[in-house]
Design a protein around this ligand. Sequence first.
Ligand SMILES: [Zn+2]
Length: 415
Amino acid sequence: MAEPSVRRRTDCRLCAGSELELVLALTPTPPANAFVPPAERDKPQPVFPLDLFLCKSCFHLQMLDVVDPRLLFENYVYVSGTSPVFVRHFQDYAAELIRRYKPAPGALALDIGSNDGTLLRFFKEAGLAVLGIDPARSIAEAATQAGIETAVGFFTPEFAERLRSERGPATIVTANNVFAHIDDLAGVVRGVRSLLAPAGIFAFEVSYLADVVEKTLFDTIYHEHLSYHSVRPLIRFFAAHGMELIEAQRIPSHGGSLRGIAQLRGGPWKAGPSVGEALALEERLGLDKAESFRAFGRDIDRVKAELRRVLQGFKAAGKSIAGFGAPAKATTLMYHFGIGPEIVDFIVDDSPLKQGLLTPGMHIPVLGSSALAERHPDYLIVLAWNFAQSIMAKHGAYRAAGGHFVVPLPEIELI
Ligand SMILES: [Zn+2]
């Protein structure tokens, strides 16, 4: 594999402003999903900065270092249809958009970053014409074979124009869990604007900065996530592209997300109260102030110091420690907290795709959960800490046999 390449942009991703202030610098990491086979154990992986900058013009919080997206997404292995919670979520989401915005039968719905077509399947069942676009070739081809036509690639203004000339305008365009991942957001929104029918809507779901700050979700900061969205900068961004944001609803996905809905400027839909409510919340949290993010960084470092003290105490007492969960966010957490192979012997993960591999950069082995009974570590750090309750419930046998869970965030808990 070629060395990952990275470039640093010098202007704001949303407003092109050039006054950007560094407000949070986490420890540099390799790409968070760059798990490696054991044969590459001794090959060092390059690390890239995890620096967040606040735009002083529109207050968008963002990463300026952009790792080559082909490296991050073309071999993407996450398949949304494998999670019943997400399937149900997309089912409700499709139903709500149809109920509110009443697309005509046969109208076109396009999903950007459509993954395995889970959302589009529900639009199709409701009588809409559907098309997906996704850069992960194997997932896109499997979706097409399963009856959800999916183009392989990235959504660009050129793709949008070609699609419009071939199939006419789209009534619904969606983009879920991708709006934080795309460097050229202006290009995406230009494409959406040229593709939308006059009464069409653009709906997107994205991790919400208010939740990141309120719930200390700092480990959602990794290279795939270039933008940390809040409503205030997005209002201005859409307006600059001839569109208007009409909804900004908070939803529980990924620890706290935003469902934004935009229409063409002067479109027929009325804006709901959710936009104003989000603006008030952001004002209260100070999301337009550099100091708010500096305080956030101090909170993270306080937890880090405490956790390291606890773990080093266990090691000094001769105890063994393993980790539970190897999601992308664990890379950020382990690097920033300095939890490496000298502390953690191995990590257990339920995904067969990760078992047998080594974690990005630190090269800690990822094993199946049978390793808990075989090796019985004294302590288990729950790296997928946002799922701590279900993990502890599922692995009650480990605790019954004398094991202990360490939940690192939002506050350290020993169970
Ligand atoms: Zn800006």
